[in-house]
Design a protein around this ligand. Structure first.
Ligand SMILES: Cc1cc2nc3c(=O)[nH]c(=O)nc-3n(C[C@H](O)[C@H](O)[C@H](O)COP(=O)(O)OP(=O)(O)OC[C@H]3O[C@@H](n4cnc5c(N)ncnc54)[C@H](O)[C@@H]3O)c2cc1C
Length: 451
């Protein structure tokens, strides 16, 4: 079926082509080269989504699904001759059950909208990330996003109860589960979680919600060495019941915060490690103060600051969320979201930094991450785009050599495909390909992502 017939089969405002295609559809947040698609398909309903996929199969038209395009692996950036399928008009909150603590939303609903809808009922949607205003329900599910509170609530996979998805041939897979426990047959939604849109398009998702804890305590701690960081994590995990975040900022990160961004230093002198930790509690029982005081008295941490009000808490988090501003000054940059066992993390960061400086003397880097989850972010630049792949080769080789993963949260997308074989077995990759072939033999949907 030629282009015109496909256009005629769909509602006028679903099929956007030519000059009406806006530049924003050309890329996601990654450094994958932008490509403006010839057509953007903007369904409002599952029926329209299904019709699009059926027509795409008939015409062998390649499609890439786009959510909020905040992805960092190039998965949502259109490739040559691909049309974009944007779920941006599917933004309804379909159901919220305050007692069962579930929310069902359309795929284009943003993380922030879900958080706000939950808050009306005194509930919390705990998946939180810097891109909350744009990242969508479908996008976080397709990438199995992590974020700032994984240590307490788990990754997106742990929050998804049900899903409706449209398979590459247009079939609708409705798994409208709201139950925490349901062992009836295969849990098919897992095929769509974390598979980066390769096996289908997510149309609706049912997520778990959690009771809102009225007391949120946030602190910054200073540590002289990584042993102290690990010791504090151990103590905090044991004594702080509602520990929800444990973020670590290395001294190279803090130097950019105070130097580049001009934010005030947190402590009278810089320390090798700054830890941002947060606890959510039903009542203020002084847990946080007691834990940090004993850590200071025992010589584990050198200093600690506890936010005294919501304004100060937000200010504390602004040090962590400022990464977006740092990165825009570090362009062109190489960003890593590797996973490393915490027992090996300090040796790894020292080894990698030394090797990077030896090979790229002009390198500038920041090190930070969700260390409570073993997830290390490293962002670097030499100012030379030509160094990108050699830097990736160096870091990925060292990460996989110690049983780490090349991506703990952002996914493989287009950009990390060459290294998938270094952290998955040949048999695993073969099985991934078999699943893809079974569901999408003509490779219509998100071709070339992941596998
Ligand atoms: C400032 C910033 C901070 C971030 N922080 C974190 C973080 O802490 N943790 C983390 O994990 N990630 C983080 N990210 C990465 C990004 O926000 C996540 O990957 C997010 O899940 C992407 O959602 P999205 O809606 O923007 O998806 P997109 O970027 O649009 O798409 C991402 C992938 O999912 C697929 N996809 C999108 N929607 C659907 C759908 N409905 N059905 C099927 N497939 C779909 C796309 O094809 C693509 O492969 C951050 C990004 C930014 C820019």
């Amino acid at each position: 079926m030629p282009f015109g017939d496909m256009r005629d089969s769909l509602d006028k405002d679903v099929f956007v082509s030519g000059e009406q295609v806006q530049a924003r559809y050309a890329n996601d947040w990654s450094e994958a080269p932008a490509h403006l698609p010839e057509v953007v398909l903007r369904p409002r309903t599952i029926e329209e989504l299904s019709q699009i996929m059926r027509l795409a199969q008939q015409t062998e038209q390649r499609i890439v699904t786009q959510g909020g395009r905040t992805g960092l692996a190039g998965g949502a950036t259109p490739q040559q001759s691909e049309w974009a399928l944007s779920v941006e008009r599917m933004t309804k909150v379909l159901d919220i059950d305050p007692v069962g603590r579930t929310i069902t939303v359309e795929a284009g609903t943003t993380v922030q909208q879900i958080q706000e809808a939950a808050a009306i009922h005194d509930l919390v949607f705990p998946l939180d990330l810097g891109a909350r205003g744009s990242a969508t329900a479908g996008g976080i599910t397709a990438t199995n996003a992590g974020g700032n509170q994984v240590i307490h609530y788990g990754v997106t996979r742990n929050l998804v109860l049900g899903m409706t998805a449209v398979l590459p041939d247009g079939e609708v897979m409705a798994q409208s589960n709201q139950l925490l426990k349901n062992n009836a047959g295969f849990d098919l939604k897992q095929l769509l979680i974390g598979t980066e849109g390769v096996l289908g398009v997510i149309a609706t998702v049912t997520f778990r919600l959690f009771p809102k804890r009225d007391v949120v305590k946030t602190a910054f701690c200073a540590a002289q060495d990584f042993e102290a960081v690990k010791n504090l994590l151990h103590r905090a995990s044991k004594s702080l019941i509602g520990l929800s975040s444990f973020e670590v900022l290395w001294d190279d990160y803090m130097a950019e915060i105070t130097g580049l961004l001009g934010k005030p230093a947190l402590f009278p002198k810089p320390y090798p490690f700054t830890i941002l930790l947060e606890v959510e509690q039903a009542t203020d029982d002084g847990q946080m103060e007691a834990c940090l005081m004993s850590a200071v008295e025992d010589g584990v941490i050198a200093n600690a600051l506890i936010a005294q009000n919501e304004g100060q808490r937000k200010d504390f988090w602004s040090y962590r969320d400022a990464i977006a501003e740092i990165l825009s000054d570090m362009s062109p940059n190489v960003n890593f979201d590797i996973g490393i066992p915490i027992s090996k993390m300090n040796a790894f960061t020292k080894d990698v930094t030394k090797a990077l400086h030896a090979q790229f003397p002009a390198i500038r880097h920041v090190t930070f991450g969700h260390i409570g989850d073993g997830n290390l972010h490293l962002s670097c630049t030499t100012g030379d785009e030509g160094d990108h792949v050699p830097i990736e080769n160096l870091v990925f080789a060292k990460a996989t050599a110690i049983n780490g993963t090349i991506t703990a949260e952002h996914g493989i997308g287009i950009l990390k495909k060459p290294w998938l074989k270094d952290c998955r077995t040949t048999e695993e990759i073969a099985l991934m390909k078999r699943l893809k072939k079974m569901l999408d033999p003509a490779q219509i949907l998100n071709k070339g992502r992941v596998i």
